[in-house]
Design a protein around this ligand. Structure first.
Ligand SMILES: C[S@@+](CC[C@H](N)C(=O)[O-])C[C@H]1O[C@@H](n2cnc3c(N)ncnc32)[C@H](O)[C@@H]1O
Length: 361
C-alpha cells in the first residue's frame, strides 16, 4: 500500500436526495447522503480495503465496492444488515422473473386464504387488503435472495406511507390517518425490485462483506492490520433510534423483539464516550500501519449544551485534522431555522503513517 494518503476534503452539498439509485431501496434512519459518501470515496485510491464499522443500510459499503475497493460493513441492527446485504447483492435481470413467481404464489395463497393475519400493532398502519397482501408475501421471505429481502422491507415502508395517504415522510412515521388508502403491495414490490435492479454493482467489483456484530468487538471479526480505510457516520449520542419508525413496523410484522436489539446499539449519552473509546481502540487493532480513518459527525445539543462532534472525537483520540461545514440547502438547515439553532457538521480524519498517527494533513 502506498503511504501517500490523500487529504480528504468535505464538499458543499446542495441536496441530500438520491432519487434514482440503489439507496432508495429503504428509508433507513440516519442514512448518510450518498452524494456525500461518493465525494469522499472518490478521493480515496481505488485499491485496498475499506471498513464501515457502523454501516447501517450500507450506503458507504456499496459506494466503496463500486469505486473498486474491497469493503466490510459491520452493524448490530439486523434490519440494517439485511438492507446492506441487499445493496451489495450482485444480480441480473432474472431477478424480475423470480420476483414475478413470488407474486404469483402469494396471490394464489391470498385467494385461498392461505396466510397468517398481520399482528394487531402493525396492522393499524395499513389498509386491511394491503396488510393481507404483505402477509401472503411474507410466507416466501425466507426463500428470497438478499436483494428481494431488502426490497420486501422497502416496499413495506412505501406501502405504509401510501396507506396513510403519503402524509408520513420518507423517514418518519406519523399519526395513523383514517380512512386508510388501499395500496397494491404486489405492484409496488415489483416496481421497486425493477427500479433498483438497474443499480447492481458489477460482477467484476471486488468483494463486499456485511457482518452482523458489535463494533466494540471489531477485532473478533476482522484480521489485525487488514483495513486501509475506515469511513463511517457513527451513531450519535441518543439522537436516533435505529429500530424505530418503519423499522418498528417491520420488527412487529416479523414478531421480533426490537427492544432487545436496541439495547445492543450505541446511543446512550451516559455510556457514549466509553463506547466510542472502545470502538477506536478496536479500530486501531484492525487498521494497517498506513491507514486513513474518516468519521462524519456533527454538533449535538445535550442538556442545553452544544457538543462539537469533532472536538469530542478528537478528545478521545487526537485527530490528524478536522474539517467543518454548515448545513446548507438540506432538511437539517430547515431544522436549524425552525429551532433557531446553528449546528455544524465535522469530518474527523485520523492518518496513520508507518504505524504512527500523524498530526496535520
Ligand atoms: C448513522 S447510522 C449509519 C447509517 C449509514 N451510514 C447508512 O447510510 O445507512 C449508525 C449505525 O450504527 C449502528 N450501531 C449502533 N451501535 C452499534 C454497535 N455497537 N455496533 C455496530 N453498529 C452499531 C446503528 O444500528 C446504525 O445503523
Amino acid at each position: 500500500m502506498s503511504t501517500n494518503m490523500p487529504e480528504i476534503v468535505f464538499q458543499k452539498i446542495k441536496s441530500v436526495n438520491n432519487p434514482n439509485s440503489m439507496h432508495g431501496i429503504y428509508p433507513y434512519r440516519g442514512k448518510i447522503s450518498a452524494i456525500d459518501a461518493i465525494s469522499i470515496i472518490d478521493q480515496l485510491p481505488n485499491k485496498g480495503t475499506l471498513l464501515d464499522p457502523f454501516c447501517g443500510s450500507g450506503t458507504i459499503v456499496y459506494e466503496a465496492q463500486k469505486h473498486g475497493l474491497s469493503a466490510y460493513g459491520v452493524d448490530n441492527n439486523p434490519l440494517a444488515i439485511q438492507l446492506a446485504k441487499a445493496k451489495i447483492y450482485i444480480g441480473n435481470t432474472d431477478i424480475l422473473e423470480e420476483c414475478k413467481s413470488f407474486i404469483e404464489k402469494a396471490k394464489n395463497d391470498l385467494a385461498n386464504g392461505n396466510y397468517e393475519k398481520m399482528p394487531d400493532a402493525p396492522a393499524r398502519s395499513f389498509h386491511i387488503d394491503s396488510a393481507n397482501e404483505i402477509m401472503s408475501m411474507k410466507k416466501y421471505f425466507s426463500e428470497m435472495n438478499d436483494y428481494l429481502k431488502g426490497v420486501f422491507y422497502g416496499t413495506i415502508a412505501l406501502v405504509a406511507r401510501g396507506c396513510n395517504d403519503y402524509m408520513w415522510t420518507s423517514s418518519t412515521v406519523g399519526k395513523n390517518i383514517e380512512p386508510k388508502r388501499y395500496i397494491d403491495f404486489f405492484d409496488k414490490f415489483y416496481s421497486k425490485a425493477k427500479k433498483h435492479s438497474k443499480y447492481f454493482n458489477s460482477s467484476e467489483s471486488p468483494e463486499a462483506h456485511i457482518i452482523h456484530g458489535d463494533s466494540r468487538k471489531l477485532s473478533d471479526y476482522l484480521e489485525p492490520k487488514s483495513i486501509n480505510y475506515v469511513f463511517t457516520s457513527p451513531p450519535y449520542f441518543d439522537g436516533l433510534d435505529y429500530t424505530a419508525y418503519y423499522g418498528k413496523l417491520i420488527y412487529e410484522i416479523f414478531e421480533t423483539d426490537r427492544v432487545e436489539i436496541k439495547k445492543q446499539l450505541i446511543q446512550y449519552v451516559d455510556t457514549y464516550e466509553n463506547d466510542m473509546r472502545a470502538v477506536l481502540n478496536e479500530l486501531d487493532k484492525v487498521i494497517s500501519d498506513n491507514a486513513i480513518m474518516i468519521f462524519v459527525v456533527g454538533d449535538k445539543k445535550i442538556k442545553k449544551e452544544v457538543i462539537n462532534g469533532g472536538d469530542f472525537f478528537s478528545s478521545i483520540k487526537k485527530a490528524s485534522y478536522i474539517e467543518e461545514r454548515r448545513y446548507t440547502g438540506t432538511s437539517s438547515q430547515v431544522f436549524d431555522v425552525l429551532n433557531n439553532t446553528d449546528r455544524k457538521e465535522q469530518i474527523v480524519v485520523w492518518k496513520k503513517v508507518k504505524g504512527e498517527y500523524v498530526n496535520g494533513i
